[in-house]
Design a protein around this ligand. Sequence first.
Ligand SMILES: *[C@@H]1O[C@H](CO)[C@@H](O)[C@H](O)[C@H]1NC(C)=O
Ligand SMILES: *[C@@H]1O[C@H](CO)[C@@H](O)[C@H](O)[C@H]1NC(C)=O
Ligand SMILES: *[C@@H]1O[C@H](CO)[C@@H](O)[C@H](O)[C@H]1NC(C)=O
Ligand SMILES: *[C@@H]1O[C@H](CO)[C@@H](O)[C@H](O)[C@H]1NC(C)=O
Length: 436
Amino acid sequence: MRATSVLAAALALASQTLAGKIKYLGVAIPGIDFGCDIDGSCPTDTSSVPLLSYKGGDGAGQMKHFAEDDGLNVFRISATWQFVLNNTVDGELDELNWGSYNKVIDACLVTGAYCMIDMHNFARYNGGIIGQGGVSDDIFVKLWVQIAKYYVDNEKIIFGLMNEPHDIDINLWAQTCQKVVTAIRKAGATSQMILLPGTNFASVETYVSTGSAEALAKITNPDGSTDLLYFDVHKYLDINNSGSHVECTTDNVQAFNDFAGWLRQNKRQAIISETGASMDPSCMVDFCAQNKAISANSDVYIGFVGWGAGSFDTTYILTLTPLGEPGNYTDNKLMNECILDQFTLDERYKPTPTSISTAPDSTSTSSATSDNSSPSSTQPIKQTNPSTTANPVTKPSPDTNNASDDKGSAASSGAQALTGTIFLTVAALCYMLVVF
Ligand SMILES: *[C@@H]1O[C@H](CO)[C@@H](O)[C@H](O)[C@H]1NC(C)=O
Ligand SMILES: *[C@@H]1O[C@H](CO)[C@@H](O)[C@H](O)[C@H]1NC(C)=O
Ligand SMILES: *[C@@H]1O[C@H](CO)[C@@H](O)[C@H](O)[C@H]1NC(C)=O
Ligand SMILES: *[C@@H]1O[C@H](CO)[C@@H](O)[C@H](O)[C@H]1NC(C)=O
């Protein structure tokens, strides 16, 4: 009995060590995307900016809660092409709409988290596929260059090039993404992560079989490296992988384990930027199990974002919107059991609050930029000396956000964990031999 319990304890400890820690963990803050169709039509009149001052959800209060109370360090903030350019497909960032989007981004940055831009257009603009019969690659590149210049010096911004491409030629799509990556880097935005989405709604289950993994793996930075280029992976658990049904009918554990194997073999990493479930008993089982599997593969799945809060209320089918009021928000059962309980954040990446020049959720719209041509005049984020902020934080270790180190440290901590496992298992076996 004693030997068995020692062995069990040793194995439990070993699996805990192996489970690893995730670098980026957070929640989606949707709202601006409300009304988008999968054909890339996104009406601007149904957008709901997730800020109370815009009569949307309390995105600012939610992110503050998630960062301060839960230690979450990434928020994915939905935008649409139509919204940020005010329906001018190849125009400039719209002063008012881009201004309001930036208020949400500012509310994210002030928490110290990473802020992921979600261009929620399904690889399309009003029905036409980008570079495949619809708008040209150049027009899509122009959109991203403006955004890249705007955030050129802010490494906390993550460029999610496109939400859920589907029914596209993946090789042509990879060429489109390559043009955007090259243009973003040449615009000077070299410190930011970029997310590359596969087809079939970026489904993890078909990432390899659709050729997405292979095609997107060829995309490089101008220097030939793949540093900070990550696969963008999504998955739901309902009958048609859409996240629109209450019941979960899909066990995604195998799919996440399989793609983790591909990533490891090809020395690449991915971020799950969208997945979610209802609180139906079937989902409390399947969603928790899925996330446990993702967590166990956190050497290759370096980030996880649950969908969603923002302008969704607490009755939305996939809601992660906190309960209560600003100041006393608490998390729902799904958030607690299937996300917070399943992941451990790598301490080195904990959110580091900063002060910024604009109030995160002020009612004024006058601070929106009026000139987007010069990055220096439009860069709104003024980071103060950390020692002067109300909440001083430890400086992140030098390898924070360094892709080459990402791999190195993941590999070496994996090796340490493995050594520990072998040691503990051998110790337990020796103990059993002695006892019996
Ligand atoms: C968007 O463009 C329309 C048509 O030009 C204009 O009337 C409207 O004020 C603009 N809206 C914003 C938010 O810029
Ligand atoms: C999934 O099912 C929902 C509800 O039946 C439907 O509205 C939606 O269009 C489907 N989505 C896809 C991608 O098939
Ligand atoms: C939460 O805060 C609101 C607004 O300040 C207050 O009315 C409510 O009683 C508080 N609820 C709890 C459970 O503390
Ligand atoms: C990333 O780490 C590598 C290896 O440690 C180092 O050579 C490189 O200069 C670092 N890059 C940045 C941007 O810190």
